[in-house]
Ligand binder design. Structure first.
Ligand SMILES: C[S@@+](CC[C@H](N)C(=O)[O-])C[C@H]1O[C@@H](n2cnc3c(N)ncnc32)[C@H](O)[C@@H]1O
Length: 238
C-alpha cells in the first residue's frame, strides 16, 4: 500500500494496482480527453503521451481506470469524474458511452459552464464540461452545505487558462467545493494528478491525498507546488 500525502510519478493503472480494495473515501479527477496534443495552445505540451488513441481504445482504457477506482473506493465513497462531450468525425461523443459500461451508479451530472475556446461557426459553441458524481451505492449522499445547484459558471469555477505550465488544470475551487460537501471524508485520490490541484485543495482543507502522474516533469512540478504550500504555512507561522 502506498502512503498518502504523496504524488507518485506512475502510470495510472500501475499506481491504482498498488492501492488496496475499499481504501479511498473520495476520488476526483480529470483524465486526458484524447483530443490530441495540439487542441490547446499553451506554453508546454504534454511529452509523455500523445493523447491521440483510437477512440475505442481510449474508451476501453477509461473503463479499466474507472473500474479500478470502483475497486479501491470504499462502499460509501464517491467519485467525481470531469469530462466533456467531444466532437469527433462530425459527431458528438458523450462520456455516458463508457460510463454506462462501468459498475458505478450515476448519481448526478454537474454542468460546468467554462466557456472553452471553440468558436467554430458550424455549430453552437460548446461552452460546457461535465462532472459526473458516481457512487457504488444508491443511498450515498452528499451534504450540500455550499447550497448550490447542479450548474456552476465560469466565474465560480474559473478556468485556469492556457498561459501556464500545465494547460489542463481544473480550478482549485472545483475541488474545494466538492470536498466541502463531504466533511467526514478524509482520503482523496486523483489518479491523473497533473499539476497537483487536488493535492493543493486537500492540503488547504486538511484532507489526505494520493495521486499519480505519468509525465515526469508535471509530477515534479506538482510535488514542488504542494511543497511550496508547506513553506508558505511555515512563513505564516513564524
Ligand atoms: C487533464 S490533466 C489533469 C489536470 C489536473 N486535474 C490539474 O488540475 O492539474 C490529465 C493528466 O493526466 C496525465 N496522464 C496521461 N496519461 C496518464 C497515465 N497513463 N497515467 C497517469 N497520468 C497520465 C497527463 O500527463 C495530464 O497531466
Amino acid at each position: 500500500m502506498l502512503a498518502t500525502n504523496d504524488i507518485y510519478c506512475l502510470d495510472v493503472l500501475e499506481g491504482l494496482g498498488q492501492l488496496k480494495d475499499n481504501s479511498i473515501d473520495l476520488a476526483i479527477t480529470s483524465p486526458p480527453y484524447n483530443l490530441g496534443n495540439n487542441h490547446h495552445t499553451g506554453t508546454k505540451l504534454h511529452s509523455s503521451y500523445k493523447d491521440a488513441m483510437p477512440e475505442n481504445e481510449y474508451q476501453e482504457w477509461q473503463i479499466k481506470v474507472i473500474q479500478e477506482i470502483f475497486r479501491v473506493l470504499k462502499d460509501d465513497g464517491s467519485f467525481f469524474y470531469n469530462h466533456k462531450n467531444r466532437i469527433k468525425d462530425g459527431k458528438q461523443i458523450s462520456p455516458y458511452e463508457w460510463l454506462f459500461k462501468t459498475d458505478f451508479i450515476i448519481k448526478q451530472e454537474i454542468v460546468w459552464i467554462n466557456r472553452s475556446q471553440n468558436f467554430d461557426k458550424i455549430r453552437f459553441y460548446p461552452f460546457t464540461e461535465r462532472i459526473y458524481w458516481l457512487t457504488k451505492l444508491k443511498t450515498t449522499k452528499l451534504n450540500n452545505i455550499i447550497k448550490h445547484s447542479d450548474v456552476f459558471n465560469w466565474q465560480e469555477w474559473r478556468p485556469v487558462g492556457t498561459n501556464v505550465n500545465h494547460t489542463r488544470q481544473f480550478p482549485e475551487k472545483m475541488v474545494t467545493d466538492i470536498l466541502q460537501c463531504f466533511p467526514d471524508k478524509s482520503i482523496v485520490l486523483d489518479p491523473f494528478m497533473g499539476y497537483g490541484t487536488t493535492a493543493v485543495a486537500c492540503k488547504a482543507l486538511g484532507r489526505e491525498y494520493i495521486g499519480f502522474e505519468l509525465d515526469e516533469q508535471f509530477c515534479q512540478d506538482a510535488k514542488e507546488r504542494v511543497a511550496a504550500l508547506d513553506e508558505n504555512f511555515a512563513v505564516a507561522a513564524n
